[in-house]
Write a protein that binds this ligand. Structure first.
Ligand SMILES: N[C@@H](CCC(=O)N[C@@H](CS)C(=O)NCC(=O)O)C(=O)O
Length: 198
């Protein structure tokens, strides 16, 4: 597998997922700071010009959550996804989709001061609704789906980790702060993230 990556990007989450799974891969640096991501060679992989991307044989997967879900399914023996058809699958999908479709747009709008979008029209509602939902979805102890750490934690927990680190979520509640702390203590997190993140 080829993992298209930059160390200061959301690709640290997919690198973390690969590390959790101990999945053999080639790390390919895409230097978006010099425009490498906009050149035809990389556009052919991801026309969004964004990292991360994963190439597995003839399969190209983009989007952090999609890559994590793909990897969890590729290595079912590692237990990073609940079995298809199990009750946990519903919550699993929620944790995988909520960060990219709701939290990311909300954090971006909030960070850039975009206001006055009616919450009933915006798919991400508003900051208050998102904060309340984050609190409800954050596990009191253990992991998103219970005792078993899964791709849901890499995606949801990884997004909360970014949010705290970059000030999108300046005052995490004690529950959110404790969850992010548990995440950061994982050996694979520490192996895959620059020490400045630890
Ligand atoms: N929705 C994408 C977002 C990825 C993303 O925004 N990557 C940024 C770095 S964190 C990027 O590649 N930026 C370069 C650019 O857009 O030119 C995902 O979840 O993977």
């Amino acid at each position: 597998m080829k993992h298209y990556f930059h160390p200061q990007s959301r690709a640290v989450s997919t690198h973390w997922m690969l590390t959790e799974l101990d999945a053999e891969h080639e790390q390919i640096l895409v230097d978006y700071t010099n425009g490498e991501n906009s050149r035809p060679a990389y556009r052919a992989i991801n026309p969004m010009c964004k990292v991360p991307a994963l190439e597995d044989g003839g399969v190209v997967v983009t989007e952090t959550a999609a890559i994590c879900a793909y990897l969890a399914d590729k290595f079912p023996e590692k237990g990073f996804a609940p079995p298809v058809g199990s009750a946990e699958r519903g919550a699993y999908y929620r944790y995988l989709f909520f960060p990219g479709t709701v939290l990311e747009p909300m954090f971006t709008m909030n960070q850039f001061g975009v206001k006055d979008i009616p919450p009933q029209s915006a798919g991400w509602g508003d900051l208050d609704r998102c904060l309340e939902t984050i609190e409800v979805m954050t596990p009191e102890d253990g992991w998103a789906l219970g005792k078993q750490f899964t791709a849901a934690d890499v995606v949801f927990g990884g997004t909360l980790d970014f949010a705290v680190k970059f000030g999108w979520l300046p005052s995490p509640t004690p529950k959110v702060a404790a969850y992010v702390k548990r995440i950061k203590a994982r050996p694979a997190y520490r192996e895959s993230h620059d020490p400045s993140w630890h």
